[in-house]
Design a protein around this ligand. Structure first.
Ligand code: ZN
Length: 168
């Protein structure tokens, strides 16, 4: 069942990737129902807070008419950042499954251990590495394609500049 929900989160990640957003997706499960889903929409929303987890938490709170997501599990394709870890703690989500680590911004295992910090009164049970390969591959190919696009754009710009000089 865990794999099924992570597949749903990966589907969300693909929705982000399809429109040029960094491919990260999340779902929140209550009982056997998905009550919230989200994907990264930072660019399209022009909003730094539009991470997959935050979007999914907002939807789950609206669905359940409660800010407390005490009986829920969150599935997210990439290790949550500081902001999302904060949102997970504040919404009292007790269980988090994530796919691949994020060595640059991960706040669950990589840079910080916010979800299991004993100084906080809410602690989260964390399962890392669920379908990590699928989640990580999406990130790698997304950034490879982005670099390729940047290179091509640079080349085109240079060619245009050369053509301009010739015309003069
Ligand atoms: Zn985040």
């Amino acid at each position: 069942m865990e794999r099924h929900y992570m597949e749903e989160a990966l589907f969300e990640a693909d929705q982000a990737g399809l429109i040029g957003e960094v491919p990260i997706g999340a779902v929140i499960v209550h009982g056997d129902q998905i009550v919230g889903r989200g994907h990264n929409l930072r660019e399209h929303g022009n909003d730094a807070t539009m991470h997959a987890e935050v979007r999914a938490i907002e939807e789950a709170c609206a669905t359940l008419h409660s800010w407390r997501l005490e009986d829920c599990q969150l599935y997210v394709t990439i290790e949550p950042c500081l902001m999302c870890s904060g949102a997970i703690i504040n919404s009292r989500i007790p269980v988090v499954y994530y796919g691949a680590r994020d060595p640059k911004a991960g706040a669950v295992d990589s840079l910080y251990e916010t979800l299991t910090d004993s100084r906080l009164n809410h602690r989260v049970t964390v399962y890392e590495g669920l379908m990590a390969k699928s989640a990580g591959e999406r990130m790698v190919s997304f950034f490879q394609a982005a670099r390729k696009r940047q290179k091509a754009e640079k080349k085109a710009r240079k060619a245009a500049q050369r053509a301009e000089r010739v015309e003069k």
